[in-house]
Design a protein around this ligand. Structure first.
Ligand SMILES: *[C@@H]1O[C@H](CO)[C@@H](O)[C@H](O)[C@H]1NC(C)=O
Ligand SMILES: *[C@@H]1O[C@H](CO)[C@@H](O)[C@H](O)[C@H]1NC(C)=O
Ligand SMILES: *[C@@H]1O[C@H](CO)[C@@H](O)[C@H](O)[C@H]1NC(C)=O
Ligand SMILES: *[C@@H]1O[C@H](CO)[C@@H](O)[C@H](O)[C@H]1NC(C)=O
Ligand SMILES: *[C@@H]1O[C@H](CO)[C@@H](O)[C@H](O)[C@H]1NC(C)=O
Ligand SMILES: *[C@@H]1O[C@H](CO)[C@@H](O)[C@H](O)[C@H]1NC(C)=O
Ligand SMILES: *[C@@H]1O[C@H](CO)[C@@H](O)[C@H](O)[C@H]1NC(C)=O
Length: 587
């Protein structure tokens, strides 16, 4: 069985769910005729089958699935109608003085049949109050407990997660639950149940620049070469369809859309949508949204725009962060912008300790699944206020120059020295090749850190990582993770490996790799199981998709001993300890 989700029917992947505000459902389902109906049920069966095999991960890896599963399911005769009725408030003596409280919130269907409930900006639930039992209530009388997830950055909205009751998994549209601060809540028969946006079709984030707003949107553009022209969209500021203000979209690439500010002053956060422009007899379709436009605050004096910064996206890698930040800070990175895609390890503690030691580390919560490109584009805009150059590197990657070998001490000019020094230079991006290190006989995380423990690597140079001049980044914010698209007048330079190179501690001690492997399986399971992509560089040679230690793992990927960075870091960061030397990042 293959996970052939990509074979989408012509209408399904592009049909646009109506906006939360209104529209006509039936419109969508008339696309399917009898034969596609059969195909759909088969696909649905396969989807369900595959879900039971791969559970959450396959859903996760294929944004199409949720939407399509939900969409197709409704083409089957509905067994049970959904009836709204009143959930009686239980014993009213149990209520607190202010009683059960409905909290204004919106939601989005999340991978794993969960709803991410996001509290509206007008509410002040942040963080959740202890003793309150936040709950999602559904039209059929079912309810599910809401678990606090996070406070979203920029808008400070609290987010919770609720399980979606089984009956709604095969419904389209899915109703947005009522969210309340108690386990019982009276639902009036007049309650409206707006359609729940699905994660693969939603405006999920927005950030303002000096003169426009950048929207991050799942859905309209899928995959390479499928960017729809900007003219086919408008940005819509505000909820009221008749009074909403619209501006033209100036760029539509990947998940990033840009549009100028409206020319009226908006001083409170308003919902921002993306609307597909009406063509022919189509009715206007709006991509649902959980994003808000917040006007950029004018700074009294423009912030100093001179820093060399680094962005990385992390998930449960707190263990490595300290070494990575201390090393790169010492050789010249001034500010670290860490996009955290939902870590539940000790990341906050590590960040707080680093801050208390004087490192400039900013953590941005980026909970949106499988949106690394979008996150990097976001970072380019977010960092543009204070950073001239931005290095995009993972926390298991370390940049150095073999030419530093004879330096007895590190200096904060070292990374700068790898970038053009001439102010007028038109080089907009410098990329460095990487070398992939193997487990080097390690069986656990090396005490002195990755730079000390991993010393054996593959010979072949692997793909590059880049430091980009933020003012040179293309208006579209196009990124391929490893590099950005540049404005026409700028050049892209790839450094020679003798000038600068990235040590990528990719295949670590099995225990470490296994954890990373599990994370990657979630991101790549489709690739890993598809014969059509057997050479993907994201696959690990010799591995299937079970996290079982392959024989001889500790010796794998070891073709050449490379001690250069180990020696350098030991010289710069090592000091004598009780049992041999210690590294400054060891705690
Ligand atoms: C929440 O649940 C706990 C335990 O069931 C209960 O003691 C508490 O009173 C509840 N709080 C509210 C606000 O209903
Ligand atoms: C969000 O919270 C932070 C810190 O508490 C605050 O500085 C910021 O102004 C808040 N933003 C909004 C939009 O309320
Ligand atoms: C503001 O927008 C309206 C409608 O799009 C347009 O007619 C008007 O010229 C704009 N005004 C300015 C000052 O840009
Ligand atoms: C988190 O980011 C990593 C890249 O660092 C990516 O591989 C992974 O898929 C992301 N996970 C989520 C939850 O987005
Ligand atoms: C290190 O070597 C390079 C040439 O390999 C030389 O230009 C530089 O001056 C040397 N630096 C020191 C501190 O010896
Ligand atoms: C790993 O251990 C094997 C067997 O003891 C040895 O031959 C090899 O040199 C070691 N490799 C490294 C990188 O230490
Ligand atoms: C950064 O700001 C400059 C203007 O100061 C602008 O030209 C450039 O496009 C911006 N870059 C990004 C990535 O937003």
């Amino acid at each position: 069985m293959t996970l052939s989700f990509k074979t989408s029917s012509p209408s399904s992947s592009r049909s646009t769910p109506k906006s939360i505000a209104g529209g006509d459902d039936s419109h969508f389902f008339h696309h399917s005729n009898k034969s596609t109906y059969r195909a759909h049920t088969t696909t649905l069966f396969l989807i369900l089958l595959s879900l039971s095999f791969f559970g959450f991960f396959s859903l996760y890896s294929s944004p199409n699935v949720i939407y399509r599963a939900a969409l197709f399911a409704t083409t089957r005769p509905a067994k049970s109608g959904i009836v709204s009725y009143v959930i009686n408030a239980q014993d009213s003596s149990n209520r607190r003085s202010n009683g059960p409280r409905r909290i204004r919130a919106e939601g989005v269907l999340w991978p794993g049949w969960e709803i991410l409930v996001i509290v509206s900006p007008e509410e002040k639930v942040m963080p959740p109050l202890p003793g309150e039992n936040y709950t999602c209530f559904y039209p059929n009388g079912e309810k599910s407990a809401a678990r606090f997830a996070a406070v979203l950055p920029f808008t400070n909205r609290s987010a919770f997660r609720c399980g979606l009751p089984g009956i709604y998994r095969h419904h389209h549209p899915i109703p947005t639950p009522v969210f309340a601060s108690s386990m019982s809540f009276p639902i009036s028969p007049e309650t409206r149940w707006p359609d729940l946006p699905l994660w693969n079709f939603v405006v999920f984030e927005a950030i303002s620049t000096e003169n426009d707003v950048v929207l991050f949107v799942k859905g309209p553009n899928r995959g390479l070469g499928s960017n729809r022209p900007p003219e086919s969209f408008l940005c819509v500021f505000g909820d009221e369809s008749d009074s909403a203000i619209k501006t033209p979209v100036t760029s539509s690439v990947q998940e990033v859309f840009r549009c100028p500010f409206p020319n009226v002053t908006i001083d409170t956060p308003v919902k921002i949508y993306l609307e597909a422009v009406v063509t022919g007899k189509d009715t206007a379709k709006t991509v649902p949204s959980v994003a808000y436009y917040t006007p950029k605050r004018r700074l009294a004096k423009p912030s100093e725009k001179s820093l060399l910064c680094a962005t990385t996206m992390v998930f449960n890698v707190a263990k490595y962060l300290r070494e990575w930040v201390m090393y790169h800070s010492t050789i010249g990175i001034r500010r670290f912008i860490i996009y955290d895609n939902g870590s539940d390890d000790e990341l906050n503690d590590v960040v707080e300790v680093l801050k208390s030691e004087g490192y400039d580390v900013i953590k941005v919560l980026w909970i949106w699944p499988k949106t690394q490109e979008a996150g990097f584009s976001h970072a380019a805009v977010y960092g543009n206020d204070s950073c001239t150059w931005m290095m995009y590197l993972d926390v298991d990657e370390f940049l150095f120059s073999p030419a530093w070998d004879n330096r007895s001490k590190p200096s904060d000019q070292m990374i700068r020295s790898l970038l053009p020094s001439d102010q007028k230079s038109m080089i907009g991006q410098v990329s460095f090749k990487s070398y992939e290190f193997g487990p080097s006989n390690q069986t656990e995380h090396p005490r002195g850190g990755v730079t000390q423990g991993y010393t054996c690597r593959r010979v072949e140079e692997q793909r590059h990582k880049s430091i980009v001049r933020l003012s040179a980044v293309e208006h579209s914010l196009y990124t391929a993770i490893h590099h950005f698209g540049l404005k026409g007048e700028y050049e892209w330079r790839v450094a020679d490996v003798e000038e600068g190179v990235v040590n990528h501690y990719k295949y670590q001690a099995w225990r470490e790799f296994k954890a990373k492997f599990k994370r990657r399986v979630s991101a790549y399971v489709v690739d890993w199981t598809r014969v059509s992509n057997p050479k993907s560089r994201d696959r690990t040679p010799g591995l299937g998709f079970r996290p079982i230690e392959p024989e001889g793992w500790a010796q794998k990927f070891c073709e050449i001993t490379d001690l250069r960075l180990k020696r350098l870091t030991r010289k710069w960061f090592g000091y004598p300890g009780k049992n041999g030397y210690r590294m400054v990042w060891q705690r």
